[in-house]
Design a protein around this ligand. Structure first.
Ligand SMILES: NC(=O)c1ccc[n+]([C@@H]2O[C@H](COP(=O)([O-])OP(=O)(O)OC[C@H]3O[C@@H](n4cnc5c(N)ncnc54)[C@H](OP(=O)(O)O)[C@@H]3O)[C@@H](O)[C@H]2O)c1
Length: 159
């Protein structure tokens, strides 16, 4: 099994505000779609609630203490059982947020696909966890820009 995190973060690791994304970056959403299409995506209940609809061609796993989801969603009440169930899987599983889920997977994931946005948000409500970049090989995959906001798609691979 392998876990990959995918997230868009600001200069101070800002992730979101009022249960929504901070920046509207259409080219980043396109990158997200390209990387995750055909894959299994894992998310917290609040991130699931923030989606306008189910994301096409992706298997959804939601972590939640409740069970109030449509039948297409696989629900886990805790991370432990999920890790056990996928222990022998050869799939690359994508952890798509939010902050509470990134925090629980940061030490487990061996790849981090981070969109590093060259901007700040002073009143963000959630942040990506701190991690030691010395433990990763860094590759800049692509530089991008939307609405005058510059950002880089960076892949951190655990050494
Ligand atoms: N920038 C990005 O790339 C990015 C990506 C994704 C999300 N976001 C942003 O992040 C924010 C949401 O993050 P968040 O941390 O507030 O919420 P979240 O991680 O999306 O969801 C939190 C919920 O997940 C469930 N949960 C988490 N850990 C659990 C565990 N161990 N066992 C059982 N349930 C667990 C709980 O659901 P229940 O309350 O139902 O029990 C909890 O309330 C939003 O602003 C969103 O837009 C940003």
């Amino acid at each position: 099994m392998s876990y990959s995190i995918i997230a868009a973060i600001g200069k101070n690791r800002e992730l979101g505000k009022d249960n929504d994304l901070i920046w509207h970056l259409p080219n980043d959403l396109k990158f997200f779609r390209e990387v995750t299409t055909g894959k299994t995506i894992i998310m917290g209940r609040k991130t699931f609630d923030s989606l306008p609809k189910m994301l096409p061609n992706r298997k959804h796993i939601v972590i939640s203490s409740s069970n109030n989801f449509n039948s297409e969603v696989k629900v886990y009440k805790d991370i432990k059982q999920l890790l056990l169930d996928y222990k022998n899987s050869l799939e690359e599983l994508f952890v798509i947020g939010g902050a509470s889920i990134y925090k629980q997977f940061i030490d487990i994931a061996d790849k981090l696909y981070l969109t590093e946005v060259d901007a700040e948000c002073l009143d963000a409500s959630v942040y990506f966890p701190e991690f030691d970049k010395n433990n990763y090989e860094k590759t800049i995959l692509k530089e991008n820009e939307d609405n005058g906001i510059k950002y880089k798609h960076v892949l951190y691979k655990k050494l």
